[in-house]
Design a protein around this ligand. Structure first.
Ligand code: SF4
Ligand code: SF4
Length: 356
């Protein structure tokens, strides 16, 4: 199937068709003053007319006069919470029986996945060897947030591969419409079941231009330098001590990051001898995260910030053959003191003599 045009009501129909196929549809909705990801039972839950205002350490929803549905950048949550939940039971033991925890398999359909998050899902799946069969409805960004740098991270704003349907949202004099493109047979089948009409060449060009404009208006960028080499070669940069003066080691950046995957395990026993073990998200900013006999290896905040940044953008390549940062900007918005990963890399580059 070639590109088609779907109206706003067609997106509602798309959600209904996915639910009818047995998927649990998850997508953006407004809750508690933020765009969160939650189960969608109908299209009315989508955040029509809600945008976001972001800056380092700052995130607010703002009304939009155009009624756009997906014109908001990444919120506090990512798809990680569904693929790699914050807490998971591993096993329990009672009366001499060991019982592995089992979770019923969920057929997820993710709606509104941006290029950065599509890359994050691929990264997380590769790192954790996840075997997921998520139906993905991606969205090409037509309006990046002030903190986005997916273009320089090489992950957006157009979604790369790995989606079933890709939508590009346009609001113009002709109305509120979406260019819809199938990326798989099941995506093509789904589009065939919602009201649509063939897209004209002009509409396809208009959608491509809107995404290209978004790329040109990206709020932030990484320095044009080999960041992997830069961080590998500067473990003694004075910037690590500088950032440690501001960083409160809260771990927010790792929790909101769509690719940070570290966990710890917790055991619980009771007086009857029953026991259980669970896994929960952890953060390399926790002092005891690197605890071995005798104490933690990374006692100082500067060593923990250096560990995080160098792992994400440098040694991640050695381990996993890719960067651990997709340029979503979440860690900048949700850092309580507004530490900006792009600014820190730029400063390390400047102090190293500027390789750009
Ligand atoms: S490090 Fe920051 S910008 Fe990069 S993927 Fe994680 S949250 Fe997004
Ligand atoms: S960089 Fe910001 S979000 Fe991350 S641990 Fe430090 S203060 Fe918290």
């Amino acid at each position: 199937m070639g590109p088609v045009v779907v109206d706003r009501s067609g997106v509602d129909a798309l959600i209904e068709a996915l639910a009818a196929d047995g998927y649990v549809v998850v997508g953006p909705t407004e809750r508690d003053g933020a765009i969160v990801l939650a189960e969608l039972r109908c299209g009315a839950q989508l955040p029509d007319g809600i945008g976001v205002d972001t800056a380092p350490g700052h995130y607010r929803t703002v009304p939009r006069a155009d009624g756009a549905t997906f014109a908001h950048s990444a919120g506090p949550q990512s798809w990680k919470q569904f693929l790699h939940p914050p807490r998971q039971d591993l096993w329990s033991h009672a009366d001499g029986h060991y019982v592995p925890a089992t979770e019923p398999a969920t057929r997820w359909a993710f709606l509104g996945v941006r290029g950065c998050d599509l890359a994050a899902i691929a990264t997380l799946s590769a790192v954790l060897s996840l075997h997921t069969d998520v139906f993905v409805v991606a969205v090409g960004c037509t309006e990046p947030g002030a903190l986005c740098f997916c273009a320089s991270a090489g992950t957006g704003p157009a979604p790369g591969g790995g989606y079933d349907v890709a939508l590009t949202e346009l609001v113009d004099a002709t109305g509120h419409w979406f260019l819809a493109e199938a990326g798989s047979d099941r995506g093509s089948d789904l589009l065939g079941r919602v009201p649509n009409r063939p897209a004209t060449e002009g509409q396809v060009r208009q959608a491509r231009d809107a995404v290209a404009t978004a790329e040109a208006n990206m709020g932030r960028s990484l320095p044009e330098v080999d960041v992997r080499e830069l961080l590998r070669d500067n473990p003694d940069s004075p910037r690590w001590a500088d950032v440690a003066q501001r960083c409160v080691a809260c771990g927010n950046c790792t929790l909101v990051c769509p690719t940070c995957f570290c966990t710890t395990t917790e055991d619980v026993t009771d007086l009857d001898g029953a026991a259980s073990r669970s896994q929960r998200w952890a953060s390399c900013f926790e002092r005891d995260f690197s605890f071995i006999h005798g104490g933690p290896i990374r006692k100082s905040v500067d060593s923990r910030y250096r560990q995080w940044l160098t792992h994400k953008l440098s040694t991640w390549h050695d381990q996993f053959g890719r960067s651990g940062c997709v340029g979503c900007g979440r860690c900048i918005a949700w850092c309580p003191v507004g530490i900006d990963i792009t600014e820190e890399i730029g400063a390390i580059n400047d102090q190293a003599g500027g390789r750009t």
